[in-house]
Design a protein around this ligand. Sequence first.
Ligand code: XBP
Ligand code: MG
Length: 244
Amino acid sequence: MNVDALIFDVDGTLADTEDVHRQCFNEAFAEQGLPWYWGHRVYAELLLTTGGKERIAHFIDRLRLPEAEASRLAHIVPALHAAKTCHYTRRIASGAVPLRPGVAVLLDQARRAGLKLAIASTTTRPNIDALLEHTLGRAATTWFDAIVAGDDVERKKPAPDIHVRVLDLLGVPPTGCIAFEDSHAGLRAAKAASLFTVVTPTAWTRHEDFATADLLLDDLGMVDGLDYFRYEHSRRPGKSAEAA
Ligand code: XBP
Ligand code: MG
């Protein structure tokens, strides 16, 4: 089966963005006068909850606050997350995070080969646009035949909803695609959508379970790009999702 489309996760896959996300959460908390600070250890735990709004809500739950206070804080989560997103897009616009190794070359090879490109990310659309435009240029968002963000679907990763929506928009069967992810949640989502999945972990996710990954690489620069992925994809059908 030929490869007709590449489907990319964003955070951790296209760029190692999570420490900037973490800093921007903290900036939003400080701005609102909240006595919260997410250090690396706490953030690594909170990252298991995908989606920034869900992550903040989960953090509030963990505080075991009196009902009235927990309810008051739950109501400010959307505004808090919107403030965080403003900080994040500004940091990305300042060039805070480069693309990971091999990403730009692979995107260029895929475009020259006429493959379709897609984004399947839990983050917000403004964050996706900011990263693509400030690392690849203003026109970069037009390179993608489908861009699906976390709030575009009912359920975030590890549910397959984002990848399934991307496949619908691409009009390509799962067997004709390769998905790229960095985390266990992203791998589970891609495998649940029956996708051949390449995983390139970051320091935030290196310890996670990638048993069902079809390929596990330190980064996309480790191999000679599209031809390598096409060959590996042709050699065997993607591993099943069972162990995920
Ligand atoms: C990773 C996520 C996101 C980011 C924070 O997304 O789970 O929630 O951590 O971004 P990806 P938001 O699927 O790209 O790895 O605050 O915008 O959710
Ligand atoms: Mg990711």
